[in-house]
Design a protein around this ligand. Structure first.
Ligand SMILES: [Zn+2]
Length: 122
C-alpha cells in the first residue's frame, strides 16, 4: 500500500508524490531532509561565500596597493593576482554547483505541479 506525501508544495497544493519511509513525506518534503537542505542553503547564502569574497577583495586590493606604493615586486604581484583570479574561479564554480542543487529541487517541484495540473484537466 502506498501513501500520499503529507507535504504542501510551494504553490499551496497537496504534494502528489508517494510517501517514502515512516515520515509520511516524500523525499522532497521529508523534514529530516528539509533541515539538511536549509542548512546547506544558509551555508551557501551568506556566511562562507560572503566571507570568502570579502577576503578575496581585501587581498586583491592589498596587492594592488602594494604595487602602486612600490613596496611590492610587480612580477610577484602578477603571480599573486593570478592565484587570486584562480581562487575566484573556484568560488564561482562552488556557487554554480550549489545553485545546481537548488535548481534540481525546484525542477522536481515544478514537475510535481505540472503533474497536478494534468490531473485536474482530465
Ligand atoms: Zn512531498
Amino acid at each position: 500500500m502506498t501513501r500520499q506525501c503529507s507535504g504542501i508544495t510551494r504553490s499551496g497544493g497537496r504534494c502528489t508524490h508517494t510517501a517514502k519511509g515512516p515520515s509520511g513525506f516524500c523525499h522532497l518534503h521529508d523534514p529530516a531532509r528539509a533541515s539538511e537542505r536549509s542548512r546547506s542553503a544558509s551555508r551557501a547564502g551568506k556566511s562562507t561565500g560572503g566571507r570568502e569574497i570579502r577576503d578575496l577583495k581585501k587581498r586583491i586590493s592589498e596587492v594592488v596597493e602594494a604595487v602602486l606604493e612600490g613596496s611590492q615586486d610587480r612580477g610577484r604581484a602578477a603571480v599573486a593576482i593570478q592565484g587570486l583570479t584562480a581562487l575566484r574561479s573556484v568560488l564561482e564554480l562552488e556557487r554554480k554547483v550549489r545553485e545546481g542543487d537548488e535548481l534540481e529541487a525546484r525542477i522536481e517541484e515544478l514537475e510535481q505541479t505540472r503533474e497536478g495540473g494534468k490531473r485536474w484537466e482530465a
